[in-house]
Design a protein around this ligand. Sequence first.
Ligand SMILES: [Ca+2]
Length: 154
Amino acid sequence: METKDKRVEQKKIDPTKYDVISFNILNATVLEATDPNGLSDPYVRIGKVKSDSLFASRWLVETEVQEKTLSPTWNYMEEVIIGKDIDRIIIELWDKDTFRNDYIGRAYVDISELSDYKSFINQGFKIYKNEGDKKEAGTVWVIISKSATFSDSS
Ligand SMILES: [Ca+2]
């Protein structure tokens, strides 16, 4: 996946309309293996979600695939620019396969509580295969923070 063109560069962005959000995808636990060998090849992607939708309107970041494990570690970090009108993101956990990747589950995160440049969310998010499931399919640990880029450059 090309991440280069999504990276935050030193350009003028209206800080009244946009935030720089930093996603640090640390690790995950897969509770139900999706491959016949009893393992998975997990990767995570994060997208923004409009408030009236269950699905991502755009994918923002995606990790590498960790092969043959139920406890992948990425320590993946990326900053993205997103509109202040976005108050929810989706975290999806997938298993990479040769032909068709297997969906493992997802979680929604309210990022409206990131009110200032020092606030952050540091949490193991339980992910669920289907809306309303009682048992989670796994956990993805992510630190989400509002970057100080704008306040530094202004
Ligand atoms: Ca696989």
